[in-house]
Each structure stands twice: as C-alpha cells, then as structure tokens.
Design a binder for this molecule. Sequence first.
Ligand SMILES: [Zn+2]
Length: 410
Amino acid sequence: MPRTAAPPLTSPVPRAADSDRRRTNASVVLRSVLEHGPVARSTISRLTGLSPASVTDYCARFTEAGLIREAAAPRRSQGAGRPHVPVDLDDSRFVVGGVHVAVPYTTVAVLNLRGQVLAERRLKHEGHEGTEPASVLECAADGLVALLDEFPGYRPLGVGFAAGGWVDGETGTVVEHPLLGWREVPARQVIGARAGLPVHVDGHARALVNAERLFGRGRGSRSVLHLFVGNVVDAAFATNDAVHHGPRSQAGAIAHLPVPGGTEPCDCGRTGCLQAELSERTLCRRARAAGVIAGVNPMRVVAAAAGGDVRAVGLLVERARTVGRAVGLLLDVLNPERVVVTEIGIISREDCLLALREAVGPNRAADVVPTSFPDSVLAMAGGAVALDVLYRDPLSLPCRDPLSLPAAPN
Ligand SMILES: [Zn+2]
C-alpha cells in the first residue's frame, strides 16, 4: 500500500474505540446509580467525571430501558432543577436467573438488579442419575423456569451459570470439574435450549469476585481477591474491574498449591495440596474420625461447634488457620487491596475469623473479610454472572419501545 494512503474517515478503529468508551461510560453511570442511588444526576456527574449532559443522556436511555427511574424529588427542588431530581435503580421490572452447580446439589435462584436474592431453591443430585451432566442441567433449567414463573410481573433478562472447577465463559463450557466427573460439558447450550433465555457462564470464584465488586465489600477497592473454600477450592482476582481469566479461563486454579504444614494426600500424588487439605470432604472425614459427626454434611460440624463440641471447634479453627496461610501466600503473590473469603467456619464463627486473620498476620489482617453474602452465596454466584454482564454493558439491553429510543449518548 502506498504510504500516502490516509485511513478513511470511517475507519472502524475509532468507531470501535468510540463504542468501547460509550460502553464503559454507561457502565460507570449505572453502577454509580446502583451504589449511590437515589442520587442526583449532578452528583453522578461529579462522582464519575462525566459531563452533566452526558450523564443526563445515559440516564434518559436507562429510564427508557426501564433500568432506572426518578425517585421522589427533594422538597426544595423546583421543576427547573431536573438535574437535582434523584434517580434510582428501577427494581420493579427485571430479574435474572441464577444456577450454581455444587457437588451435592444445584441451586437455582431469582435475583433483582440490586443483586438481592428474591427466591432460591436447592435441587439435590440423587437417584441413579446423580451428577450426570444432562440430567443435572435439564433439572436446573426446569427448576429455574418454575421459580421464574413465581415472579410473573418481572421480565427475566437472562440466566447466569456458575460452577467450581475449570469453566470457560467464552464457550459456555464446564471444561473440567473432577469432583462432579464433568468434562467439556456445554452448560450454556443445554440450559439455554431448555429455558429459552440467554445464558452466561463463568467459574464461581470469578462470579463471586464480581458479586463482591458490584454488591458487596469489594465496592470501591481497586483490586479484590476472592477465595472460595468448599469442596472445590479456587480463587479469582479482579483489578480495576477486570477479572483475570487467562487462556480458556484457567486462571484461579489453585487446588494444588502446596499449603505449608499440610499432611493430606492428594489425588495428584503429592501431599498437602490446598484443595485436599481444605475440602469439606476432608473436614467431614476428620470430624467423623474424631466422633463429631456421622455423615458427610459439613454444616453438621458447624452445628456441633455451635452446640459447644470442642473437637468441632478445634477442627474449624484449625481449618481457618490453614485458610489464613493460603491467603498469606496469595497476598504475597498478588497483593490485592482486599481479600474476601467464603468458608463455612469463617462465615459463622468469630473465633474462625480471628484464627484466619492471625495466620494472615497483623499487616494485612484487616483487609481480609468474610463473604458479603453469607446466607445466599451460591444463589449469588449464579445470579452475579448475569448481573455482571448487564452492568458491564447496560446499553445492550433493548428498550421497551424501540420507536421511542433516544439518540445514543456519547
Ligand atoms: Zn494435588
């Protein structure tokens, strides 16, 4: 090509940059309403650094789409002071569905735009089909559709699907979940076909880091690490709203990170891997060996501890301390501003939280907090996948009436 050939004025590059900027600005404005609403448009302009005209345009667009509405005006406001009339999220129109697949059961849930869980249901994996993927996913889709039917006044925007293990959001696939025995399971395709809704898929550690950023204690932090300790142990890391994925979303697989002082043999052939050491199965086995519980339900250990069983307390505190050592390793490597931990003992017991913080050390102990969603963490994981998509690109939501669509704001 001759060097004199100037790029055409309609070059796709600036256009793409333009639409990226619009998407980012729209996301910032809607999240500002989520965090601060009811909030005046003039305040949003001040908080976001966007021009008042631009904020007004985005707000008009969101009002049209049914995402926000004007809240009751403060008494002193006159008609001419429209920028000072506060706007707030409109949580009366839309919901999202959430699906989370754990080893013993699937959770289906309905959430509103504030990330509040309106309803959730547990579907046990039992019978001869157990955790067979097609049966689990079809059951989840049917259970979710039935739950959404209980909210006839709301329009479901989509479904978020989350699971532990290795999940690839781009292809909508659970690539590998050894504890479920799943490989290359097309979760998006199966649930989408059955539920008739768009389905967004992500690993649950990343889903929960997004939930913390949007609705929890991660708000306002420039970097957040979420560590999930259940049967699966994994982590997700977000900096400046970007969640690290890695190729095929394999980032966050810390199952075989060696824990200092670990003694538990792992399937991989080594000893003291994080997941082998900390999984709820290991906790239950140790609790059975100590005569604390009979079955495989880790909540029984928590209940025994609450009832004053000192062996149960000891097992939970020791586990929290090991989690603390793992958090210490992750702090050294990634240095996040905030670490959020989801683990049953730390969620429910002050002595476990103290043991965790003690193991982390005095410098960073205060930056380590338990999950913001102790009562509905799995429902939140599923729903947050769909809500994150909405908050990242709110302009993608079609307006209620396309004819009254305002001009796209800049
Ligand atoms: Zn291992």
